[in-house]
Design a binder for this molecule. Structure first.
Ligand SMILES: NC(=O)c1ccc[n+]([C@@H]2O[C@H](COP(=O)([O-])OP(=O)(O)OC[C@H]3O[C@@H](n4cnc5c(N)ncnc54)[C@H](OP(=O)(O)O)[C@@H]3O)[C@@H](O)[C@H]2O)c1
Length: 234
C-alpha cells in the first residue's frame, strides 16, 4: 500500500512514541515506520533507543516525568522535524499490593509520576501540535482494571482511570477545536511480546497494538474520538 493511500490527509505524518524502547514501543515504531510515518522515539536511555530503534527518524533521550525537560524536548523536535501529528503514550509500569491496606504511598507516587506525570507532561507540551495538525492523534494503553476494580490493584486502576479521564479531556478539546483529531484509550488486560497465536490466554500481542497504532492514523479514527477501544486478545 502506498503512503499516499494509507494516510489520506497527509503523506508523512510525524508520530512521537513516548516510552518507545519496550516490546510494545518497538512493535508500534516498526509498524508505523513500515506504513510510511516519520517515527520519533523517546525514552530515558539514549543507548537503549539507539540499540532498539535505530530505524526511526529521530531518537530522543528525555526524562518524561520532568516537565521542563519535556518542554526542551518539544522545542528540539520542532526545530528538527516541525510539529508532530500524533502522540502515542506508552510509559507505564505496574504496582500491586495486598488488599486496600497494601496500596502503598511509594507505589502510588511511582504510578502517579510514571503513568500520569508523563502523560500530563507530554500532552501539555504537544497538544497544540495535535490541534494544528490536519489529523492530530493521541493514544494511550489503558487497562481492564479501570472497569474491573480489585483491592490488590486499586492504586494501579485508579491511576489508569485518571489517565483515561485526561485523554477524554483532550478529546473534548479536540471536538471543539480540531474536528479531524482523535484522542483514544486502547484497553488491554495484559500485553505480550509473543505473536497472536503464541500469546498467553487473555493477553494482547504487541503486534495487535502495532496494528492499532497504524489504524489510528487513518481518517476513520476521528469517529473514535473520546472512546475506549478494547484491543484483540488471545
Ligand atoms: N505490559 C502490560 O501487560 C500492560 C497492561 C496494561 C496496560 N499496559 C500499558 O501499556 C503501555 C505500554 O506498556 P509497556 O509494558 O510496554 O510499558 P513500560 O515498559 O512500562 O514503559 C514503556 C517504556 O517507557 C520508558 N520510560 C519509562 N520511564 C520513562 C521516563 N521517565 N521517561 C521516558 N521514558 C520512560 C521505558 O523505556 P526506557 O527505560 O528505555 O526509558 C519503557 O520501555 C503502558 O502505558 C502500560 O501501562 C501494559
Amino acid at each position: 500500500m502506498s503512503k499516499e493511500r494509507l494516510f489520506l490527509n497527509q503523506t508523512l505524518p510525524i508520530v512521537l512514541i513516548a516510552g518507545a524502547t519496550s516490546a510494545s514501543g518497538i512493535a508500534c515504531a516498526q509498524a508505523l515506520h513500515t506504513a510510511g510515518a516519520q517515527v520519533l522515539a523517546v525514552g530515558s536511555s539514549q543507548t537503549r533507543l539507539d540499540e532498539r530503534l535505530g530505524f526511526t527518524e529521530g531518537r530522543y533521550e528525555c526524562d518524561l516525568t520532568d516537565f521542563d525537560a519535556v518542554q526542551d524536548l518539544a522545542r528540539l523536535i520542532h526545530t528538527n522535524h516541525g510539529p508532530i501529528d500524533a502522540l502515542i503514550h506508552l510509559v507505564g509500569g505496574w504496582r500491586g499490593g495486598k488488599s486496600i491496606v497494601g496500596q502503598s504511598d511509594e507505589d502510588w507516587d511511582f504510578l502517579h509520576r510514571s503513568v500520569m506525570g508523563t502523560l500530563r507532561n507530554t500532552t501539555r507540551a504537544f497538544v497544540d501540535d495535535l490541534i494544528s495538525s490536519t489529523s492530530g492523534r493521541l493514544a494511550i494503553v489503558s487497562a481492564e482494571a479501570v472497569t474491573n476494580p480489585t483491592p490488590s490493584n486499586a492504586n494501579y486502576g485508579a491511576i489508569k482511570a485518571a489517565a483515561e479521564h485526561w485523554v477524554n479531556a483532550v478529546a473534548r478539546l479536540f471536538s471543539k477545536n480540531a474536528p479531524n483529531a482523535a484522542a483514544i484509550s486502547w484497553v488491554v488486560k495484559a500485553l505480550s511480546e509473543q505473536s497472536p497465536d503464541l500469546a498467553p490466554s487473555g493477553h494482547t500481542s504487541v503486534s495487535y497494538l502495532a496494528q492499532a497504532a497504524v489504524e489510528l492514523l487513518a481518517d476513520r479514527a476521528v469517529s473514535q474520538n473520546g472512546t475506549r477501544i478494547a484491543l484483540p486478545r488471545a
